[in-house]
Write a protein that binds this ligand. Structure first.
Ligand code: UT7
Length: 317
C-alpha cells in the first residue's frame, strides 16, 4: 500500500488561550507551557460532516483520484455526525462515491488503525483504492466548564487516499483496556429494560496517567517498528506524532535521541484533534513541500482504550 494523496480541513473559528480565560480559571501561560497549545479551531458555522467532506475532496484532488473510482471509504471518529448512519456513508453521498463505507473508532489512534485496515483490504485484493478520513469534533463532548480537559482539544479532519504500492513498511496496533482514565459516555437513552446505564458524561481524563502511557508506549512502538524494518532511529526523516501535548512529543524525541526538526508539530495552532491530528500534520507537510520522494516517515498515536497505533512508511509521491 502507498499514500496517493492527502487532504485536511479545519473550522474557521479560532479560539486562542486568552479567549478561554473569559469563562475558565486558566491562563495562556499555563496552557502554553504545559501543552504547547496557543489556539485551536472549533466548530461554529460548519458541521463535522463539512470538515470530513472538505478533507476528503482535498485528498482526492491531491491524489488525482475520482470519487467513483474508490473501492472503500473509512472514517475514523470518536463520535460521528450521527449515531447512525455511519459518517463514512454521509461522506460517500457528498463526494459522489459508490463504494462500501464504514466508521472505525480507535479514539486518537484511529487513523493508524485505519491505515492498517486499509492495508489489509488492499493486500487481500478486496480493494485497490481507499479513502481514509479522520474527522473529530471533541468540542461537542468536552465539558467546557472543566479546565483540565476543554483547553486541550480542537476540531478538524485529515484524509488520505491509499492504493496499491510499496510505501507502507510496517504497522503496529495495540490496546490495553483501561476505561477509567479516559472516557466519555453518550446519551444513555430511555429503555425501560436496561438496568445499569452510564449517565451522559462528558470527556474525562486522568491526564498524568495518560501522559505516562503515551510517552512509554509511543517510544516503544516506534523503536519496535524501526528495528523490525532493519533501520535505526537516525535513518527516519520525519516523526509524525499524535498532537496531544508538545511535552509528549519532546519526551519521545529525547528517548529516540533525535533533533527537533524531525518532529514537526502543529499543536500550537490546532490543539489535540484526536485521530485527525496525524493526517492533518501529514497534509500540512505534504502541501508545504517538506516531504521528499523516498523519505522515511514514522507515525505514532495513542489515546482512549487505551490504544496505540504506529506505522512506518516510505513517501512515494
Ligand atoms: O489524545 C488523548 C491523549 N491525551 C493525552 O495524551 C494527554 C496527556 N496528559 C497531558 O498532556 C497532561 O497531563 C495535561 C496537559 C492534561 C495536564 O498537565 P499536567 O502537567 O499533568 O498537570 P496536572 O494535571 O498535574 O495539573 C497541575 C495543576 C493542578 O493544580 P494543583 O492540583 O497542582 O493545584 C490542576 O488543577 O494544574 C491545574 N490545572 C490548570 N491550571 C490552569 C489543570 N488544568 C488547568 C488549566 N489552567 N487549564
Amino acid at each position: 500500500m502507498k499514500i496517493l494523496g492527502t487532504g485536511s480541513a479545519l473550522p474557521e473559528k479560532v479560539v486562542c488561550n486568552d479567549d478561554l480565560t473569559l469563562f475558565l480559571d486558566t491562563s495562556d501561560e499555563w496552557i502554553s507551557t504545559r501543552t504547547g497549545i496557543r489556539e485551536r479551531r472549533v466548530l461554529s458555522e460548519e458541521t463535522l460532516l463539512d470538515l470530513a467532506n472538505r478533507a476528503a475532496e482535498n485528498a482526492l484532488e491531491n491524489a488525482k483520484v475520482a470519487a467513483e473510482d474508490l473501492d472503500m471509504i473509512l472514517v475514523t471518529t470518536a463520535k460521528g455526525e450521527a449515531v447512525t448512519p455511519a459518517t463514512a456513508c454521509m461522506v460517500q453521498g457528498a463526494i459522489g462515491a459508490h463504494c462500501p463505507a464504514f466508521d472505525l473508532n480507535a479514539a486518537c489512534a484511529g487513523f493508524l488503525y485505519a491505515l492498517d485496515t486499509a492495508d489489509a483490504f488492499i493486500a487481500s485484493k478486496k480493494a485497490k483504492t481507499i479513502l481514509i478520513v479522520s474527522a473529530e469534533a471533541l468540542s461537542r463532548f468536552c465539558d467546557w466548564k472543566d479546565r483540565s480537559t476543554c483547553v486541550l482539544f480542537g476540531d478538524g479532519a485529515g484524509a488520505v487516499v491509499v492504493g496499491e504500492g510499496d510505501g507502507l513498511i510496517g504497522t503496529k496496533l495495540f490496546a490495553q483496556s483501561n476505561e477509567p482514565i479516559l472516557y466519555a459516555y453518550g446519551d444513555p437513552g430511555n429503555s425501560p429494560y436496561e438496568r445499569e446505564k452510564h449517565p451522559l458524561t462528558p470527556l474525562h481524563m486522568a491526564g498524568q496517567e495518560v501522559y505516562k502511557f503515551a510517552v512509554s508506549h509511543s517510544s516503544r512502538d516506534l523503536l519496535e517498528l524501526i528495528e523490525r524494518a532493519g533501520k535505526t532511529p537516525d535513518e527516519i526523516d520525519h516523526y509524525l506524532l499524535h498532537q496531544a501535548n508538545l511535552r509528549i512529543v519532546e519526551a519521545v524525541r529525547h528517548r529516540l535521541h533525535q533533533p527537533e526538526a524531525k518532529f514537526p508539530h502543529n499543536i500550537e495552532r490546532t490543539g489535540n484533534t484526536s485521530s485527525a491530528s496525524v493526517p492533518i500534520l501529514l497534509d500540512e507537510l505534504n502541501r508545504a513541500g517538506k516531504l521528499k520522494t523516498g523519505d522515511l516517515i514514522a507515525m505514532s498515536a495513542f489515546g482512549a482504550g487505551l490504544s496505540t497505533g504506529a506505522a512506518l512508511l516510505r513517501w512515494t509521491l
